[in-house]
Design a protein around this ligand. Structure first.
Ligand SMILES: [Fe+2]
Length: 124
Protein backbone atom coordinates (compact mmCIF):
# COMPACT_ATOMS: atom_id res chain seq x y z
CA UNK A 1 0.00 0.00 0.00
CA UNK A 2 1.45 3.30 -1.03
CA UNK A 3 0.72 6.55 0.72
CA UNK A 4 1.42 9.82 -0.97
CA UNK A 5 2.09 13.19 0.57
CA UNK A 6 0.82 16.29 -1.24
CA UNK A 7 3.51 17.61 -3.51
CA UNK A 8 5.86 14.75 -2.72
CA UNK A 9 8.14 13.73 -5.55
CA UNK A 10 10.68 10.99 -5.36
CA UNK A 11 14.04 12.20 -6.67
CA UNK A 12 15.31 8.70 -7.32
CA UNK A 13 13.51 6.47 -9.82
CA UNK A 14 15.01 3.35 -8.21
CA UNK A 15 13.39 3.82 -4.82
CA UNK A 16 10.62 1.45 -3.85
CA UNK A 17 7.30 2.57 -2.47
CA UNK A 18 8.33 1.04 0.89
CA UNK A 19 11.43 3.25 1.00
CA UNK A 20 9.37 6.32 0.17
CA UNK A 21 6.84 5.33 2.85
CA UNK A 22 9.63 4.85 5.41
CA UNK A 23 10.96 8.35 4.63
CA UNK A 24 7.53 9.92 5.10
CA UNK A 25 6.98 8.07 8.40
CA UNK A 26 10.47 8.99 9.59
CA UNK A 27 9.87 12.66 8.84
CA UNK A 28 6.52 12.56 10.68
CA UNK A 29 8.12 10.90 13.73
CA UNK A 30 10.92 13.46 13.85
CA UNK A 31 8.45 16.34 13.53
CA UNK A 32 6.32 14.80 16.31
CA UNK A 33 9.39 14.44 18.53
CA UNK A 34 10.46 18.03 17.93
CA UNK A 35 6.92 19.30 18.63
CA UNK A 36 6.85 17.33 21.90
CA UNK A 37 10.30 18.63 22.86
CA UNK A 38 9.28 22.24 22.27
CA UNK A 39 6.14 21.90 24.41
CA UNK A 40 7.98 19.91 27.09
CA UNK A 41 10.87 22.33 27.35
CA UNK A 42 8.66 25.43 27.57
CA UNK A 43 6.65 24.10 30.51
CA UNK A 44 9.25 21.92 32.22
CA UNK A 45 12.11 24.42 32.09
CA UNK A 46 9.88 27.20 33.39
CA UNK A 47 8.74 25.08 36.36
CA UNK A 48 12.25 23.84 37.09
CA UNK A 49 13.78 27.32 36.95
CA UNK A 50 11.07 28.63 39.29
CA UNK A 51 11.86 25.83 41.74
CA UNK A 52 15.58 26.63 41.55
CA UNK A 53 14.82 30.26 42.37
CA UNK A 54 12.67 29.21 45.35
CA UNK A 55 15.41 27.06 46.86
CA UNK A 56 18.12 29.58 46.01
CA UNK A 57 19.94 27.01 43.88
CA UNK A 58 23.57 28.13 43.63
CA UNK A 59 24.02 26.99 40.00
CA UNK A 60 20.81 28.56 38.68
CA UNK A 61 22.48 30.81 36.09
CA UNK A 62 24.54 27.97 34.61
CA UNK A 63 21.53 25.64 34.63
CA UNK A 64 19.44 28.26 32.82
CA UNK A 65 22.13 28.54 30.13
CA UNK A 66 22.04 24.78 29.64
CA UNK A 67 18.25 24.90 29.21
CA UNK A 68 18.57 27.78 26.73
CA UNK A 69 21.22 25.88 24.75
CA UNK A 70 18.99 22.82 24.56
CA UNK A 71 16.03 24.90 23.33
CA UNK A 72 18.34 26.51 20.75
CA UNK A 73 19.52 23.08 19.55
CA UNK A 74 15.92 21.87 19.19
CA UNK A 75 14.86 25.02 17.29
CA UNK A 76 17.90 24.83 14.99
CA UNK A 77 17.16 21.21 14.25
CA UNK A 78 13.53 22.04 13.53
CA UNK A 79 14.59 24.82 11.16
CA UNK A 80 17.06 22.54 9.38
CA UNK A 81 14.36 19.93 8.87
CA UNK A 82 11.88 22.56 7.64
CA UNK A 83 14.29 24.00 5.10
CA UNK A 84 16.35 20.96 4.08
CA UNK A 85 14.11 18.05 5.01
CA UNK A 86 14.92 15.02 7.13
CA UNK A 87 18.31 13.51 6.49
CA UNK A 88 20.48 10.87 8.09
CA UNK A 89 22.51 13.71 9.61
CA UNK A 90 19.48 15.44 11.16
CA UNK A 91 18.24 12.12 12.55
CA UNK A 92 21.64 11.38 14.10
CA UNK A 93 21.82 14.90 15.50
CA UNK A 94 18.38 14.55 17.13
CA UNK A 95 19.33 11.18 18.64
CA UNK A 96 22.61 12.57 19.98
CA UNK A 97 20.93 15.68 21.38
CA UNK A 98 18.34 13.59 23.23
CA UNK A 99 20.83 11.00 24.46
CA UNK A 100 23.18 13.70 25.71
CA UNK A 101 20.28 15.46 27.40
CA UNK A 102 19.15 12.31 29.20
CA UNK A 103 22.60 11.17 30.24
CA UNK A 104 24.19 14.47 31.12
CA UNK A 105 21.48 16.93 32.01
CA UNK A 106 18.64 14.95 33.59
CA UNK A 107 20.92 12.32 35.12
CA UNK A 108 23.51 14.74 36.48
CA UNK A 109 22.50 18.42 36.50
CA UNK A 110 18.85 17.94 37.48
CA UNK A 111 19.86 15.54 40.26
CA UNK A 112 21.83 18.38 41.85
CA UNK A 113 18.54 20.26 42.29
CA UNK A 114 17.12 17.33 44.25
CA UNK A 115 20.25 17.14 46.37
CA UNK A 116 20.06 20.88 47.05
CA UNK A 117 16.41 20.54 48.09
CA UNK A 118 17.26 17.68 50.44
CA UNK A 119 20.05 19.74 52.01
CA UNK A 120 17.73 22.72 52.46
CA UNK A 121 15.06 20.50 54.09
CA UNK A 122 17.58 18.97 56.50
CA UNK A 123 18.69 22.47 57.51
CA UNK A 124 15.14 23.49 58.51
FE1 LIG B 1 17.24 21.12 34.09
Amino acid sequence: MERSAPGFKCACPHRTSNEVEADIQGKEKIEETLKFLKEYTIEHFSNEEQLMEEIDFPELAEHRKTHANFVKAVLELEETIKTKGVSVLSTIKLNRTLTDWLLNHINKCDKLIGECMATRERAV
